[in-house]
Ligand binder design. Structure first.
Ligand code: GDP
Length: 132
């Protein structure tokens, strides 16, 4: 998911280009705007964290781009491509190093496991399996 800061900053095209050039196939793609309830549901795993309220406010503050990506070793390779959660710690050339402003406004989300990737794909695309 390209987060509201990166979409509003006009970086969607550059980020999608970087994703494709890294060998990911885009199998589903959607521009949308999460409601407060949807952002809360998406990040429910962080409900007890001190930053949850501001995270939900941020994630529902503007348009996002949701994508389902396909590649061998996709989860690990995508997390390498996007870089550390904190852009100050992210490697040069990663999406977060290039476009994130802070640990919270950090431009992009990537699933952390194959299981969560399926859940998160289903969150945005009711029939995404058919796109494969
Ligand atoms: P990710 O998998 O790299 O996105 O990181 P996490 O799953 O740990 O956190 C989810 C999202 O919560 C991050 O991408 C940030 O937008 C936000 N976040 C994580 N840690 C912090 C923090 O310490 N402070 C704040 N304000 N936001 C955070």
């Amino acid at each position: 998911m390209i987060k509201p800061d990166a979409v509003a900053g006009g970086h969607s095209g550059a980020i999608l280009k970087q994703i494709e050039e890294a060998g990911f196939e885009i199998v589903a793609l959607k521009l949308t705007h999460l409601s407060d309830a949807q952002a809360s549901q998406f990040y429910a795993i962080h409900a007890e964290r001190p930053f949850f309220k501001t995270l939900v406010e941020f994630m529902s503050s503007g348009k996002i781009i949701a994508a389902v990506l396909k590649k061998t070793n996709a989860v690990a390779d995508f997390r390498t491509l996007i870089g550390n959660t904190n852009p100050e710690k992210a490697d040069a050339g990663t999406v977060r190093k290039l476009y994130a402003k802070s640990i919270e406004f950090n431009a992009i989300h990537g699933s952390d496991s194959d299981e969560n990737a399926m859940i998160e794909a289903g969150f945005f695309f009711s029939n995404f399996e058919r796109f494969n």
